[in-house]
Write a protein that binds this ligand. Sequence first.
Ligand code: ZN
Length: 546
Amino acid sequence: MLPLKEKDKPIVQKLLSAGCCARCILRFCCTRVQAAYRQPQQETLKELLAFISNTENSKSQDPAASESTGDNKSQDAAVSESTGDNKSHDAAEDPPSKRAKLDPNETKAGSEEEEEDAAAKSRVCVVCLGILQEFCDITQAVKIAEAVKAEKYEFDSLLLSVSLPAQLCVREHSCWLHVKKEVRDKGLVLDKDDIIPLKEAFKWVVQGLVSKGLGGVAVVTKGGLDVGVEFTHEATDADCHFLASVCPDCFKPAKNKQSVFTRMAVVKALEKISEANFLKHSPCPPTQTSSCCSLQGVQCLHVSLFIAGRYNKFCRSLPQTPWVIDGERRMESSVEELIAASVLSSFRAEGFNFSSSGREDVDVRTLGNGRPFAMELLNPHRTRLSRAEMKQLQETINESSDKIRVRDLQIVSRDAMSRMKEGEEEKTKSYTALVWTRKPIQRDDIIFIGDIKELTLDQKTPLRVLHRRALAVRQRVVHSMNARFLDPHHFHLELKTQAGTYIKEFVHGDFGRTKPNLCELLQTDTDILELDVESVDVDWPPAIPE
Ligand code: ZN
């Protein structure tokens, strides 16, 4: 039994006459009982007809009482659906093209069963243009499931997302206006927001079927594999164009949008347009069409997967990310590309975003335990690498190049990733710099440097990064230093500093932009010849024993 109330009767009546399908009628009756949508539409239609004839019989037998608009055509057709006759008439009237299929090659030529089927499904619903008629059965769901299977994803849950032609909003609006008056005359209200959205109803019916076709994977509302189905209906594309002249503000051309008639824009315009104005431009109820929507395809998109680890960089001519100046590439590779190559192929991901705890200059090595990094993998097809497989992947990366090395490679959660950036400024980093001095270095200089603790620097944005960072004075702390004598003009300077300290500028002074600096402290010209990052003291991601 359908969960309908007496107040729904005029709505059912009116929409049946207008040529709405059984499921759309349930939507306009604001039925939230999902099972009602899942039952075969012929069943629902039979029940709807019984539901309204109940009153008619009790009121009067006069057929004129049922609808006064005189458009009884679709109701007749509806009756024929339940009785099964009239099929040759319907089949002749509706061209076969209306029976849009997922696979265009698959046209079962006129078997008797097919003919009957075509007759039973008769008219294309004026509101959903067939979406709740032609695409809601197990056959269609299996086709969607097969399309998903072909992509060979690993996934635990799925989410169906539906993209509808924008003009369906106009039809929905028109139908709503069509019943609104009737409802109002009976002293009731039909709020547009209470109508069950077409997408919802479609999902209620199809999601479970698709899930079944995929071995019963969980259906969720967020995350997992997004299975996108897109419907189009070219024949009625122009139906919403009148809105642009009525509400030009809503239809501003935007980048990467093919058409200004997006669903959002159409919805916005429909909110603005007056009822009278709408009725001037658009038929109410919507007109019948001979063709159904077509399913453009199934687009799968898996939610991002995050991996993290630490990397070493052993090369003084390797940028962290691709280095492009004026559209031209400098340096042939980068840390992220060397890591990503194997990662992308292992997870069969389509792209990535790389981030790290700070970054080193192209000529700086990163030694010690390495620098924490994380990667967002876009649309990964594999998601369940075991610990052993992760280890294998790490080895593959390490064998692919001697310029870098990774460790602690692991899958992490999106939330965990933000921990890498947390309090980054408060962390400490250790460096070793090869320093040249003009004046020969004395033993006292070595001792003097070693005695300096918690030295606060004022660093004006370095000249070399001024083109991409705002001019400011940043205070950074050098916690401790140690000098190792090499020859009278060279020594190794070991520093432990607050993250974000510009080491090169501290050594050469950057024309007095960093104060104090090593030139001032040693009272001679000094320059930095080489720099290595020795450690990045961020305790994330957790170490994995080798
Ligand atoms: Zn419909």
